[in-house]
Design a protein. Structure first.
Length: 405
């Protein structure tokens, strides 16, 4: 997952859902404990009613009569309560009919406990004592189990709703939180060597994002200063070099015109003149780059036939290709006039041709193809291809004609 906003939304959804689940599970635990405690209180209340019905006389005769007196007191409570009466020595005196003849197992050391009885749902039992008698009164936990099952179903539904809702909320919050970052990204994308003066807007809030924007603005300040310094150096150095080179060229031409030089000396002077001309060309190119970066270059376009332009260019291109041991051909599709400046298009194509010849093996072929788009009135693509066997290099220029280089 590459998006920070998506990751933040996912983390928020997971954290919110886990927190919700923990709270829900904690609520389930306390709800179940509270319901079980209510059963314990219910068992205790039933014991108090039985104690009132049986009275306080538990002599030997009264103990024998417990079996006769208990059913009368449990007729109306048999639906809710399961009862056993024992002597303290363990002898069973009474067991309610709803136990189906199965005993309620005691749990040593516990007064209230969960009692599994064969053929019956799990019971919540409590032990109570009156004189020589021990009463075990139990109540079914079936209703609590039903409530807990409904609680769990509700929990899973709400958990899914919580995850979906928190994902949407997290996504919205991440979008709001990362809005300054997107603005920084958009501004930084627009900043290039042509508009280094543009800066990122910094909000009044002082936080990590605003500090990042300030640091980026400071970096752009340093880059702008460095670019300006480089441009000034290129322009000034090129301009300053023209004067001494002009003087050197004049002196060399003067020596060549005066004569009296030995053949070796005359050849050396001619080589100096060629190198001086090459240096002047380099200086002109540096000055052009400086003017282009400063947007001081104006294209003087005029309608021309691209086919005639390529045919004229092909004459010089074939000569250049032959000196490198390669072949050259051009192809053009489409008719009509296109507004462009031939000087700069020619320079671009010469550079592309030179690069293609450098990588093309001896005997290879370099082909320049162009296609004129009828609906736009411009050369849509210009492809330079150098190929021999498996070697193939393609360079595409989209809509170069009539556009700044």
């Amino acid at each position: 997952m590459k998006s920070i906003g998506a990751r933040l939304a996912l983390w928020y959804a997971i954290a919110s859902t886990v927190t919700f689940a923990c709270l829900f599970l904690g609520g389930r635990y306390y709800l179940e404990r509270h319901a079980i405690h209510a059963l314990d209180l219910l068992n205790a209340a039933e014991f108090e009613q039985l104690k009132t019905r049986l009275g306080s006389d538990f002599g030997s005769t009264a103990l024998e009569s417990v079996r006769e007196r208990m059913p009368a007191g449990l007729v109306h409570d048999a639906v809710l309560f399961y009862v056993e009466v024992h002597r303290r020595d363990g002898e069973l005196l009474y067991r309610s009919n709803n136990l189906l003849g199965h005993p309620i197992p005691p749990m040593p050391g516990r007064i209230v406990y969960n009692a599994p009885v064969e053929g019956l749902p799990e019971l919540r039992a409590g032990e109570f004592f009156i004189g020589p008698l021990k009463f075990i009164i139990a109540t079914s936990k079936r209703h609590i189990r039903s409530v807990m099952i409904g609680y769990e179903k509700t929990f899973y539904v709400l958990l899914a709703v919580m995850f979906a809702t928190s994902s949407l909320v997290g996504y919205g919050l991440s979008r709001m939180a990362l809005r300054p970052v997107r603005q920084i990204q958009e501004t930084a994308t627009h900043i290039s060597s042509d508009n280094l003066s543009e800066r990122i807007t910094v909000g009044d809030v002082k936080d990590e994002i605003s500090n990042l924007a300030r640091l980026l603005n400071q970096m752009f300040d340093r880059l702008e200063a460095a670019f300006n310094q480089t441009r000034r150096f290129s322009a000034e150095a090129s301009h300053e070099m023209k004067t001494p080179l002009s003087l050197i060229r004049l002196q060399a031409e003067k020596l060549a015109l005066e004569g009296g030089l030995k053949p070796a000396q005359e050849e050396a002077v001619q080589m100096q003149l060629e190198e001086i001309a090459r240096l002047n060309q380099i200086i002109e190119e540096l000055l052009f780059i400086s003017r282009a970066e400063a947007r001081a270059v104006t294209l003087r376009t005029q309608p021309q036939d691209p086919r005639l332009f390529l045919e004229t260019f092909g004459v010089d291109a074939r000569v250049l290709a032959e000196t490198r041991g390669a072949r050259f051909c051009e192809r053009h599709a489409g008719e009509g006039a296109v507004a462009f400046e031939a000087k700069w298009i020619r320079q671009v194509l010469l550079n592309l041709l030179a690069n293609a010849l450098n990588v093309s093996p001896s005997g290879g072929q370099v082909t320049i193809t162009s296609h004129q788009s009828q609906h736009s009135g411009k050369i849509a693509t210009c492809t330079v291809t150098a190929h021999r066997q498996s070697l193939r290099i393609n360079v595409q220029l989209i809509g170069i004609c009539g556009q700044p280089l």
